[in-house]
Design a binder for this molecule. Structure first.
Ligand code: V47
Length: 355
């Protein structure tokens, strides 16, 4: 173990076996290792943005067992927003200071390709300086399959309609066996990675998530991180890695045991060590709770997402994000935990440092 610690301290890249062995270290040693990487990269800065999440439809042709958002037996409330409704949400958020809209929908076969794309062009026309982060690789795969287009063609349409960057959703866990058990039929791991690579080829940025704490084990998490690290070596297009802690309510995946905070923080710290080529690690307070997200700053995380305002996917499964976080409260929480809040734009340009 001493040799592995020395290797991490020297900044050398760890292998699959070494990454897995990191879980055997105690939490505080891991925290120290991850923190020194974080401090080397970002010192005591903690990034956030003022954003608004919008989930325009919950009607979905796919059935992911972990999902409590899509309209189903357990959530019989189908909805599809009109473009006017979406625009009035954006207008309200824009006037409250939002610089980004994060738009993720279910895979609705009745909405039509234009309904998906026109959302973005209408937002851009009305609010040209708002950053549109939209369409997960799972949505892109759905639109390509449903409307008989290549991934490249869908990406052309996204760029034409004003999408600026892609969110990291839909990655779940790349291991094919686990993936088959939790979201069979959805975008495959290879397709997810291919779509992000194609997006990066256009000079665009995206994020990458990992859903953990369900039926996967530690080896699946390391495999997931390494598949991302490989792509990132080739494209350099991922800005942020976002480990999403699985929420158990109102879905069809029967997971009895919730992850311990120890395991969540270890996974955060290990991802900071393994993903040496992805600049940011996001502690998404929505799924980790704000308390653990603040602690995660000491375990490698340098980004706390944003104020969000409202969110439907994770809150449907039990996360406390149906309402967002008040800006001043968010800033004081970061400050009081010993870090420097830095408001950023969607591409990590610093907008305001709250010393
Ligand atoms: O892809 C669904 C996940 C994701 C559950 O890119 C669940 O900046 C936990 O991708 N428990 C959507 N998670 C959210 C997402 C995201 C969030 C914040 C920032 C960014 C970004 C992306 O939520 C889905 C899925 O992996 N999810 N159900 C659940 N029960």
């Amino acid at each position: 173990m001493q040799a592995l610690i020395k290797k991490v301290k020297s900044g050398e890249r760890v292998s699959y076996d070494e990454a897995l062995a990191l879980y055997d270290l105690d939490l505080f040693t891991l925290g120290e290792l991850a923190s020194s990487i974080r401090e080397r990269m970002w010192q005591r800065k903690s990034f956030f943005n003022i954003n608004r999440h919008i989930n325009p439809t919950n009607i979905c042709k796919d059935i992911c067992k972990f999902c409590a958002f899509s309209a189903s037996r357990k959530n019989p409330n189908p909805y599809t927003m009109s473009h006017d409704e979406i625009l009035s949400i954006v207008e309200h958020s824009y006037h409250n200071g939002a610089k980004e809209v994060h738009i993720v929908s279910a895979h609705n076969p009745d909405a039509g390709l234009e309904w998906y794309m026109d959302i973005f062009s209408k937002i851009k026309k009305a609010f040209p300086d708002i950053h549109v982060k939209a369409l997960t690789a799972a949505e892109i795969n759905f639109l390509a399959t449903e409307y008989n287009h290549s991934f490249d063609e869908i990406i052309d349409m996204m760029i034409e309609s004003g999408v600026d960057s892609m969110p990291g959703g839909g990655a779940e866990i790349f291991d094919e066996e686990v993936r088959d058990k939790i979201c069979k039929g959805k975008v495959s791991s290879d397709e997810w990675l291919e779509i992000h690579s194609l997006w990066h080829k256009r000079g665009r940025k995206s994020n990458a998530t990992m859903l953990f704490g369900h039926i996967e084990d530690r080896s699946h998490r390391i495999d997931h991180m390494l598949r991302l690290r490989d792509i990132q070596d080739k494209t350099g297009g991922f800005n942020t890695f976002i480990p999403l802690v699985y929420q158990r309510e109102n879905n069809f995946l029967n997971v009895k045991k919730f992850l311990s905070s120890n395991e969540i923080l270890k996974t955060m710290a290990i991802s900071r060590i393994v993903l040496d080529n992805i600049p940011h690690l996001k502690a998404y307070w929505v799924t980790s709770t704000i308390n653990l997200a603040l602690v995660a700053q000491e375990f490698g995380a340098d980004d706390l997402d944003g104020t969000i305002e409202r969110e439907s996917i994770n809150s449907a499964a039990g996360a406390a994000s149906a309402h967002g976080m008040e800006l001043n409260n968010f800033i004081s929480l970061i400050k009081n935990s010993g870090f420097i809040p830095v408001e950023r734009d969607s591409l990590y340009n610093e907008l305001k440092v709250y010393e």
